[in-house]
Write a protein that binds this ligand. Structure first.
Ligand code: TRP
Length: 370
């Protein structure tokens, strides 16, 4: 297997703006440029993306990133999807039901259209050479940099653990290994992951400077920001596995209807799309619109003065219709555990081959190839 995708036009890639220094709009502008390049030459890119196996994926994930992954895959971009099992241990002592959660993720991926023939699905813990990259990478970052990461700070504030583990502080470096082991140069992410991407770019740059001998061992990967706005959960806060306000891909039509019936709205009968003043109603409109391929304003206009009940009926029907084929595929795959396990075994094997080749290069560059 070819382990070295061409880097994305190294000149511009090296000087491309970063989230940290230029802010979100620069990342968005950069994403637009990347979109054009992807359309022109998908073979230049290798995507690395992934999730922590902590539960079933939901519509927030789907419209935030999953749909985008399948789109990239179908455009011909090579893709690695990591199930980040070690990363589960950042904010909890034990990874509960790990085998089930990993299998559920594989099911979700297959159901939405990730194709194991074209995309590699694998887990952290099965790829030793990936994990070994963590050590040299740790030497390239300062403790101050680790302490500054805003996403980690936020996660520490929300963690229920009594003490912050070393893994919590260092997992962004591990995530750099996730991305760089396969020389991924494109990472579709939400905003919260941008600090990690920035750190990954820093590590790639420092490694190349320190050990590259004039050549770039690692590309500096770009973030590809999804254009979908944030979906709220049924209680009006961010849709999240841990808040029990999420509509999962795996939920059936009745459960979806029940969840949406409970969804928060407001007392104004006339339905309008106004995310700033009517966040709950607007999020439901957005969800319906995403499923129907229309704008939220159009959906709102159709409902007009029919009120929240009509809105909920529209959303429920739209979601259930949209998810029906995904759910049907999921049910089918769920009956074939042997296939799930084989998918993961083959993905892990492919990832190991790629990681071994990269680690060999790293050891050669560091003069530790004995
Ligand atoms: N941190 C990501 C999340 O919580 C999951 C993840 C692990 C990831 N490794 C990655 C995402 C590498 C992108 C690239 O969603």
């Amino acid at each position: 297997m070819n382990t070295t995708p061409q880097t994305v036009d190294p000149d511009t890639s090296a000087s491309s703006p970063s989230a940290d220094t230029l802010g979100m709009s620069a990342v968005q502008a950069r994403s637009a440029v990347l979109e054009e390049r992807i359309l022109k030459d998908p073979g230049q890119f290798r995507v690395l993306t992934g999730d922590r196996p902590t539960g079933r994926l939901h519509l927030g994930h789907y419209f935030g990133t999953l749909q985008n992954r399948v789109r990239l895959q179908d455009l011909g971009v090579e893709m690695f999807v990591i199930i980040a099992d070690y990363q589960v241990l950042t904010d909890r002592d034990v990874a509960d039901n790990l085998t089930t959660h990993v299998e559920e993720l594989v099911l979700d991926y297959l159901a939405i259209g990730v194709d194991p023939a074209r995309s590699t699905i694998f887990t952290h813990s099965a790829v030793p050479a990936l994990n070994q990259l963590l050590l040299p990478f740790l030497s390239l970052v300062s403790v101050a940099e680790l302490n500054r990461n805003p996403t980690v700070k936020d996660e520490i504030n929300h963690s229920r653990q009594s003490a912050v583990s070393g893994l919590m502080l260092t997992y962004p470096v591990h995530q750099a290994a996730d991305i760089l082991f396969c020389k991924g140069n494109l990472v579709p992410v939400g905003q919260d992951q941008l600090p990690h991407l920035e750190l990954t770019r820093t590590i790639a740059r420092r490694f190349n400077d320190r050990y590259g001998n004039g050549t770039a061992v690692f590309p500096q990967p770009d973030a590809l920001l999804s254009s979908a706005p944030l979906l709220l959960g049924t209680d009006g806060t961010k849709m999240s596995k841990s808040r029990r306000n999420a509509i999962t891909l795996a939920a059936d039509a009745d459960e979806t209807a029940r969840l949406l019936k409970r969804a928060k709205t407001d007392s104004e009968r006339h339905i309008t799309y106004d995310p700033a003043t009517r966040p709950d109603v607007s999020s439901l409109l957005l969800l319906a619109a995403l499923c129907l391929g229309r704008t939220p304003q159009q959906v709102a206009a159709d409902i007009g003065s029919a009120g929240a009940a009509a809105l909920k009926k529209t959303v429920t029907e739209a979601v259930n219709e949209y998810l029906a084929p995904i759910r049907a595929r999921r049910t089918e795959y769920a009956q074939d555990r042997a296939y799930l396990r084989q998918t993961l075994r083959e993905g892990n094997e492919r990832a190991r081959a790629v990681a071994d080749a990269t680690l060999a290069e790293v050891r050669a560059a560091m003069n530790s190839h004995y």
